[in-house]
Design a protein around this ligand. Structure first.
Ligand code: HEC
Length: 110
């Protein structure tokens, strides 16, 4: 009985975590793949393309805070508020931004 209760609690805790994934996956990856990917992979409507170091580098000059604010509020007309992930928290959106930045900016060194 006690054991069952403990197991259930652990499951709950796990579900509230950043991601149920174990291993080296980036916490923002799932959100990116679920929502941001549809525009940011190919650069739809002028979206900064993931992997494009110049585009992201220029945007990062504004500071990550500004990028996150624009993610939450959206950038009309192309970038929808919260990048269409209405259930995402600010922390999760920040992770998705970080994921895109990390995927894009190492290319600067190449
Ligand atoms: C419907 C297409 C679409 C989706 C979905 C989308 N974006 Fe965007 N995003 C855009 C476009 C277009 C721009 C360029 C806006 C501009 O600068 O005019 C943009 C710009 C941005 C920027 C740069 C803002 C700035 O200040 O320069 C960030 C950061 C960003 N998106 C994050 C995200 C994240 C995180 C997600 C997923 C949660 C997401 N986007 C989903 C279209 C999209």
């Amino acid at each position: 009985m006690r054991k069952w209760w403990f197991g259930g609690w652990m499951l709950l805790l796990g579900a509230c975590g950043q991601s149920a994934d174990v291993g080296p996956t980036h916490p923002g990856e799932q959100i990116y793949l679920n929502t941001c990917f549809s525009c940011h992979a190919a650069g739809v409507a002028g979206a900064p393309r993931v992997g494009d170091a110049q585009d992201w580098g220029a945007r990062l000059q504004k500071g990550r805070d500004v990028l996150l604010r624009h993610t939450i509020d959206g950038v009309p007309p192309g970038m929808p508020a919260k990048g269409l992930c209405r259930d995402c928290s600010e922390v999760e959106l920040g992770q998705a931004v970080d994921y895109m930045l990390e995927k894009s900016l190492p290319a600067l060194e190449e």
